[in-house]
Design a protein around this ligand. Sequence first.
Ligand SMILES: Cc1ncc(COP(=O)(O)O)c(C=O)c1O
Length: 420
Amino acid sequence: MIRSSALPAETAAPGVPDLLRARDDFPILGRRIRGKPLAYLDNAATTQKPRAVLAAVRRYYCTSNANVHRGVHALSDRATQAYEEARGRVARFLNAREDREIVFVRGATEAINLVAQSYGSIHLQEGDEVLLTGMEHHANIVPWQMACDRAGARLKVAPILASGELDLAAYGRMFSPRTRLTAVTHVSNALGTVNPVREMVGMAHARGVPVLVDGAQAAPHIPLDVQALGCDFYVFSGHKLYGPTGIGVLYGKADHLEAMPPYQGGGDMILRVTFEKTTWNAVPWKFEAGTPNIAGAVGLRAAIDYLDAIGLAAVSAHEGELLAYATEEVRRIPGVRVVGTAREKAGILSFVVEGVHPHDIGTILDHEGVAIRAGHHCAMPLMDLLGLPATARASFGLYNTQAEVDLLVAGIRKAGEIFR
Ligand SMILES: Cc1ncc(COP(=O)(O)O)c(C=O)c1O
């Protein structure tokens, strides 16, 4: 067992003893980096994996591995059952109405590409509009740009305020009779801003416009209910939610998915193929061409079980306390400016230090064993809006501690001293 005592004196938020114990569930957190205990603060990029997920994937390969939906043998049955049970688990996690509203994909990026291509092919025409916000990740910009280019449609972008909050009134004014869809992030990966997606869905639906919500940064932090949100599509990635890489989820309302053409062709997504004509399988398999990531789905299910056992509300409260502490401490450092000061934020802290490039901050911190991200965070248009080439970003997960925040703060101070 790796003990959290590998880290400096423990100071996690009071009232969350389960989360302190949870550190031991993540073998990688016991690693030393450059001779220092690892403080992993790059959770918005990807999260580490608990033993429960590693064990579920191993167990699947050791006991049940076969292809799904095809074989007449026992193992194929087991694999199919495991895969479809994982779908059911995701449906409950999101509170989807039906299991068939869950399509397994590689990640949030593929889910958005699927909707942009498939939904876009039947709904976007010349002169139509897709409405985004100024804080979207490239994954929620480029697929729409490509779909618009194909159709002769155009993107419209709702502005954000200096705080990093969406200008909601301006967003409302940007709908037009030509708006065919609005695609918005639930939580900004670069700023941490939590958008009022329920309200935004209400605004869009009042104008008859469907909504895709990019939940890549929300699913690991905020309890979700797609029926309460009312959105038409919701996407997220397994690897940001303590699950494996290469598995993600597209939730779509059944009537949308029914009406949409397939995204890719191949095995499993068909009912009958002749050289003249092919008929499609039912939803959701219509969208899952080829052998899917069965072990990934099994691992994602284990990750959801793991998170649910701890409770997303507790995770969210813990990360909120870390964010508040980190924000206060970082602000005390001379020359530091926090980028993104929205009233409602998830556990993401972006900042710049006067006179020090974010990459240099990242490198100094790496030598202290502290892993953060530095760069444009796949949100170049947002960086342009902010007039910044890059920021440094610390992002928190359920296993992080105040002691790790202290290491972060000490590392930033050191960077400031070295470079100024
Ligand atoms: C807000 C947001 N959307 C989409 C993505 C894309 O996720 P993935 O690379 O797992 O497909 C990310 C990844 O960082 C993200 O932060």
